[in-house]
Design a protein around this ligand. Structure first.
Ligand code: UD1
Length: 389
């Protein structure tokens, strides 16, 4: 029996982990045993606990409760905590054979550093994505984590070619000698575990969430917006431009704009927005600010929105899975395929570009080619891990 430790910490990782846990229980129960470690990077109920209940993920065996802090603090606390868990497992004669990490958060980076130092192979899911913007903490996290990983599971062809450009090889071709010369490091284009999830949970979300009815929305007649990136929340000019655009669209089109608000953004509103904008938000009932949504709620909103406007990578992709066009509130995206297909437009936090992008996508017919695998990325990933170990 192979023992894997799965690291989660931030909201999207809990969601991604659901796909792998489900595949372990359905297809590999006799071969793989999984333990989950929650770093505690996200801790509010609606940023964490709600997803475990909804997605049926086993409760974490370990929780480091690291909470919020500067990048250095958060990363350091996680390295220390993960190292301790791995070492204790070794001394108790139940060592972990490998570690699964997701995406590009501080939890991903820190856990990978802890594992490689004690020679536990790291399997990185969502490897190879690049924004080529080193001012993003996530870009730093993902580049370092890719360097440390044994198998780099990339969801897309772009991820594969980014990694090949950095000197990694595909599918078991030995590219670098690892761990006292015995291990290899290579890339597998696996497809996207989030696509697995979207297929699996889509119908369940329709049955279990009444958010469309509760908010009085009509199908394809509202906008879903999410904003949480520091480049937007911590920059007054950017945040004001985004809110001005959302308010102007709500007013001009008389369309509902639903904004489930990340706690970071909520904290920043009072300090970053002008008094005039804060008053407009209060006086515009069409702009509906709600608490962070659960996974079923966000799926239903993404499926039924006319347009999604977001600075989140995950929400961009899910909008695409559900054939909803997307205005990208960032200067670039890791999901370039979506833009190439014409289903997403990069508008950054620029008022005029946001307005133009919305007008270009709203109510238009847009193509959504299959770019993210076949819905079986999780099984493929687990088979590769078994082969490797
Ligand atoms: C993190 C990831 C980001 C990912 C996002 C998903 C990093 C560097 N960033 O960003 O890549 O897209 O998760 O949501 O790891 N807060 C709360 N309650 C919580 C969690 C956060 O109030 O449960 C507030 C705190 O003020 C905290 C701030 O949000 O300081 C930011 O949280 P943090 O975990 O540092 O990063 P995210 O912005 O959530």
């Amino acid at each position: 029996m192979i023992r894997l430790l799965t690291i989660i910490g931030a909201r999207p990782q809990i969601i991604k982990a659901a796909a792998i846990s489900r595949a372990i229980h359905t297809h590999f129960a006799g071969e793989i045993e999984e333990a989950i470690l929650h770093t505690g990077q996200h801790y509010d109920t609606n940023m964490s606990a709600v997803f475990f209940e909804e997605l049926g993920i086993p409760q974490p065996e370990y929780n480091l409760h690291v909470g919020s802090g500067s990048h250095g603090q958060q990363t350091a606390r996680i390295i220390e905590g993960v190292e301790q868990v791995l070492q204790e497992a070794q001394t108790k004669d139940k060592p972990f054979d490998g570690m699964i990490v997701y995406g590009d958060t501080n939890s991903t980076l820190a856990a990978s550093i802890a594992a490689v130092k004690i020679h536990i192979p790291v399997f990185h899911i969502e490897a190879g994505l690049r924004s080529f913007n080193m001012t993003m903490p996530e870009e730093v996290n993902r580049i370092v984590c890719d360097q440390l990983s044994s198998i780099l599971f990339t969801p897309t062809i772009t991820g594969l070619s980014n990694l090949q450009n950095e000197g990694f090889a595909e599918n078991g071709i030995k590219s670098r000698v690892r761990f006292s010369g015995q291990r290899e490091q290579y890339v597998v284009q696996s497809g996207d575990v989030m696509y697995d999830n979207s297929l699996y949970f889509s119908q369940m979300a329709d049955e279990k969430s009444d958010i469309i009815e509760r908010l009085g929305l009509t199908c394809r007649n509202f906008i879903l917006a999410t904003i949480h990136r520091p480049a937007n929340t911590d920059n007054s000019e950017n945040l004001q431009s985004i809110f001005r655009a959302l308010l102007d669209i709500a007013d001009a089109e008389q369309i509902d704009v639903i904004l489930p608000l990340h706690p970071r953004t909520r904290k920043m509103l009072q300090t970053q927005l002008s008094a005039e904008l804060l008053m407009r938000i209060d006086k515009t009932p069409k702009l509906k600010i709600i608490e962070p949504a659960s996974f079923f709620e966000i799926i239903r909103l993404e499926k039924n929105a006319r347009v999604v406007m977001t600075d989140s990578g995950g929400v961009q992709k899910e909008a695409f899975f559900f054939q909803t066009p997307c205005v990208i509130l960032r200067p670039e995206t890791e999901w370039v395929e979506i833009v190439d297909a014409g289903a997403g437009i990069i508008a950054d936090a620029d008022y005029q570009r946001i307005m133009d992008a919305y007008n270009a996508l709203s109510g238009k017919t847009v193509a959504f080619p299959p770019l993210f695998g076949d819905g079986h990325a999780s099984e493929k990933i687990l088979e590769e891990i078994l082969k490797y170990l």
